[in-house]
Design a protein around this ligand. Sequence first.
Ligand SMILES: NC(=O)c1ccc[n+]([C@@H]2O[C@H](COP(=O)([O-])OP(=O)(O)OC[C@H]3O[C@@H](n4cnc5c(N)ncnc54)[C@H](O)[C@@H]3O)[C@@H](O)[C@H]2O)c1
Ligand SMILES: O=c1ccn([C@@H]2O[C@H](COP(=O)(O)OP(=O)(O)O[C@H]3O[C@H](CO)[C@@H](O)[C@H](O)[C@H]3O)[C@@H](O)[C@H]2O)c(=O)[nH]1
Length: 437
Amino acid sequence: MKIAVVGTGYVGLVTGTCFAETGNTVTCVDIDQEKVKKLQNGKITIYEPGLEQLFERNIKQGRLFFTTNLAEGIKDAKIIFLALPTPPGEDGSADLKYILKVASDLGPILADYTVIIDKSTVPVGTADKVREKIAANAKVDFDVVSNPEFLREGVAVEDFMKPDRVVIGTNSPRARKIMEALYAPYVRQGNPIIFMDERSAELTKYAANSFLATKITFMNEIANLCELVGADVDAVRKGVGTDSRIGKRFLFPGIGYGGSCFPKDVQALAKSASDVKYDFRILNAVMDVNADQKTKLIQKIKDYFKGNLKGKTIAFWGLSFKPHTDDIREAPSLYNIEELLSEGVTIKAHDPEAIENVKKLLGDKIQYFATPYEAAEGADAIFIATEWPEFRTPDFEKLSRALKGKVIFDGRNLYDLPNMKEQGYTYFSIGREVVNG
Ligand SMILES: NC(=O)c1ccc[n+]([C@@H]2O[C@H](COP(=O)([O-])OP(=O)(O)OC[C@H]3O[C@@H](n4cnc5c(N)ncnc54)[C@H](O)[C@@H]3O)[C@@H](O)[C@H]2O)c1
Ligand SMILES: O=c1ccn([C@@H]2O[C@H](COP(=O)(O)OP(=O)(O)O[C@H]3O[C@H](CO)[C@@H](O)[C@H](O)[C@H]3O)[C@@H](O)[C@H]2O)c(=O)[nH]1
């Protein structure tokens, strides 16, 4: 099948590459000329484990192409994915300007029946708006389908190739048949395609992200309570997570959720609700708690240094919003770095993948190091913001030699408390006892 993907960011590139991998011919379109040039030259634009290999193979086999020209990109395509940004507008609602602009552009250039698919995360009613924009200038039949994407960064290829489910919102039997054929290679037994109406599909995506953000936030509050009553959140997490009705995943407390999706999607769902005069109280609480949670370690650092942070040096481990990605959108690390800088702290940062992206944002406001040990050299303390695997089992003796102060502020609960006691560290984490080294 010939497919076009409009928008070649995170989701567009994964979608395009994975559909090429299952034998389709895919052209990815983007208005970012620099990005497209790089992709045309065979250079991948994001760090995502496993993607580069598929990307290179499909280019080599003549199944994956890139262009800045929309008309050229969609020529002969039976299916057009819209994988465009939906950033928060000023009032918190999802800004649809990118999607609606492309929808308007598509109308006059569709040459035959085409299925246009909303892959972006969009509020209820967007498929209708897209349909309207296209219909204003279209001379051929078309269908608009909602097909939200549930991939997680860092495991995007795995999530795309072996999805828990594929959600497809359409009432058109013709579009349904095409979608079934397209996804057949990805849907394992028991992991179904769930067909529904467009509006329900659109809402499913926001409901899933908001539920997960709520689950994390609930555990963050339990962690905060653990600290006040002398309980251990790790034990509580295991105790509740083994109940299959609750489940073990997304129960890890930390310094707040971040990334390009949860913050904007929770906000957008709350706004959608308020637009129809429904006060979605849980979501408002989730946003409040998450904003506070980002400050948790800063409060502990201030207490430890008795409010005097000026002139201190902190080794900052982890910049990306989660491991296995170079994405720093809404990363809790950035908030914490800004706070520490404003207190006069010198930041020595290390991240396995995200340094280049942070450099573009913060330049020489902080220092960058190739290893966690170099970042720790002469530092008064370590701040851990991202649970990269390489931070889990450091050589504590080597680290002790590098550090000026044997103090760790851990926003991801990476280390066992008894081990930290044995190593002689002062160790602050989330929802657990403080170890005084
Ligand atoms: N990133 C994720 O993990 C993820 C997962 C699931 C869903 N989503 C949703 O998917 C959508 C896209 O997210 P993303 O992270 O891939 O965004 P992104 O910002 O990484 O990529 C969007 C791309 O669209 C391009 N673009 C903008 N206007 C264009 C136009 N007129 N024509 C062609 N290209 C244009 C931009 O240049 C950019 O490359 C969002 O709605 C997001 O919420 C994201
Ligand atoms: O137990 C947990 C799990 C996650 N997080 C944090 O939550 C955020 C989001 O993590 P994750 O969901 O793994 O990453 P994303 O790549 O943002 O993926 C989410 O957002 C995507 C975009 O909509 C969806 O497609 C995915 O299904 C959804 O998981 C990150 O800051 C994590 O550190 C926690 O604090 N505790």
